[in-house]
Design a protein around this ligand. Sequence first.
Ligand code: SF4
Length: 231
Amino acid sequence: MDSPSPVGADAPLPSPPAAGRGRYAVKECFLTLQGEGVQAGSRAVFLRFAGCNLWSGREQDRGTAVCGFCDTDFVGTDGTGGGKFGSAGQLARHVAALWGEGRERRLVVITGGEPMLQLDEELVEQLHEQGFRVAVETNGTLPAVAGIDWICVSPKAGSEVVQRVGDELKLVWPQEGIDPAQLERWAFDHFLVQPMDCDERQAALEAAIRLAMDRPRWRLSLQAHKAAGLR
Ligand code: SF4
């Protein structure tokens, strides 16, 4: 899943946990503004889990991966605020420390890689205890656990999406093999089309605009964090 970069880069970060065995492998975790989708512009802690079930993350595997257009580094635990966390409580406290003072409108966006490989109900509960609304950005190939406050599914051509209910369906476009008319049967409140960030960027933008013009159910979503220079 694509996402913005840290803001407040000069702010002191909480210490990551000591390296070792951990229940949760986190690539990076940082405070930023949500850059895309319905909640664009909202202050949020981004929690990026390591690992994805549609690509290994290694360039030599890209040609054979189910998902071949990924622009996200989700391998390892060496990113800003990343590490291995031994318990849900420890990880939730790490997220809370990144947010800082105040409990008003706390939002954590859990992404990846594929977050549903690691996210469990206990972590959702611990994040709720820390006062967070829990949003997830998933490829939808694994069912979402209970308790999540905002489910955003971004389907990938060639994969079997089982999570067909949620708040936001974010279609990266164009993708050969996906029929938007079929997706409209799924139970989402918002349908967003986002141009693929690729070499043919202009053509992708035009294709996304065309889709939103042809099918009014869809709204154009642009990656505001990139325009704002957050990444
Ligand atoms: S599903 Fe998302 S994280 Fe996984 S390879 Fe595709 S774009 Fe990247």
